[in-house]
Every structure is written in structure tokens, then in C-alpha cells.
Design a protein around this ligand. Structure first.
Ligand code: AMP
Length: 138
């Protein structure tokens, strides 16, 4: 079944496109978490970061950098969050890999907070986590 983003890419449903090439599009997120909130989306439908091929992922990131620069020029934000939700638990709602570019302004009301767990961890916990990740690298 085709995702809503595939329908947008096929121009079956409307969106405000800001970039398009052979592999990737960028269009305004309908929710506009902040002014200029933009999605960078590969045209090919990959569910998430775990399935997108390396070369396409690299191109998506290249275009994200280009779009970040355009957003900076267009809106002069104080900063920008780039994020990607992968999996329902992470908040993914459209299962077609994409990056969110969310410009940040001094007085915006967007919220991203990560809990700091370091007070509950020993040096051994960090060592073991790093060991497991390194062992999992292909
Ligand atoms: P995520 O929850 O990370 O999967 O992000 C999906 C995003 O797609 C949400 O921020 C939605 O606001 C956005 N979205 C859903 N439908 C549309 C649409 N028709 N046009 C533009 N953005 C959309």
C-alpha cells in the first residue's frame, strides 16, 4: 500500500513542494511545528532508517543540509532541529523514511527534551553499551 508521502510525490494529493530531484523531494510539513518545518523524503518508499540504502540515505542528508541552509536564509532562525522518527515507539506516524527540519526561533513553543540518565550509570555500564554497539557494527 502506498504511503501518503508516495501520494504526495506522485502529485495525487497536494503539498507545498520546496525541492525536487530524481531521488528526493522536500515539502512543508502540514503541521508546521515551527515556521518553515520541512520534510526531506526519498521518492522511493522505504519504511524507516533500518531499510533505506546507504547511498540514498547519504543523498537525503545532503539535501537536508541544502534545505537547512535555505531555511536559514529564508527565515533567519536561531537554530534548527533535524530529526527522524523510526518506529511507532519513537513517534513515527508515516512509515516512509523522512527527515524533519524544524527551524527554531527564540520564542517558539516547540519542545524536545531528553532525560539525562548519567547519575544512574556506572563507567562499566557505558563500557558495556559501547562494547555491544561496536560488536554489532558490520
Ligand atoms: P512522523 O510522525 O515522524 O512519521 O512524521 C510524519 C509527518 O508527516 C507529521 O509531522 C505530519 O504532520 C506530516 N504529514 C502528514 N500528512 C501530511 C501531508 N498531507 N502533507 C504534509 N505533511 C504531512
Amino acid at each position: 500500500m502506498s504511503t501518503i508521502f508516495s501520494k504526495i510525490i506522485a502529485k495525487e494529493i497536494p503539498a507545498h513542494f520546496v525541492y525536487e530531484d530524481d531521488l528526493v523531494v522536500a515539502f512543508l510539513d502540514i503541521s508546521q511545528a515551527t515556521k518553515g518545518h520541512t520534510l526531506v523524503v526519498p521518492k522511493a518508499e522505504y519504511r524507516d532508517i533500518f531499510s533505506v540504502p546507504d547511498d540514498l540515505a547519504a543523498h537525503v542528508m545532503k539535501i537536508a543540509v541544502k534545505m537547512a541552509q535555505a531555511l536559514k536564509t529564508a527565515f533567519d532562525p536561531a537554530g534548527i532541529n533535524i530529526l527522524s522518527n523510526n518506529g511507532e515507539k519513537s513517534g513515527q506516524t508515516v512509515f516512509h523514511f523522512h527527515l524533519h527540519l524544524i527551524p527554531r526561533y527564540e520564542k517558539d513553543d516547540a519542545k524536545f527534551s531528553l532525560k539525562n540518565n548519567m547519575s544512574n550509570l556506572s563507567i562499566e555500564d557505558y563500557r558495556e553499551r559501547a562494547r555491544l554497539i561496536k560488536a554489532a557494527l558490520l
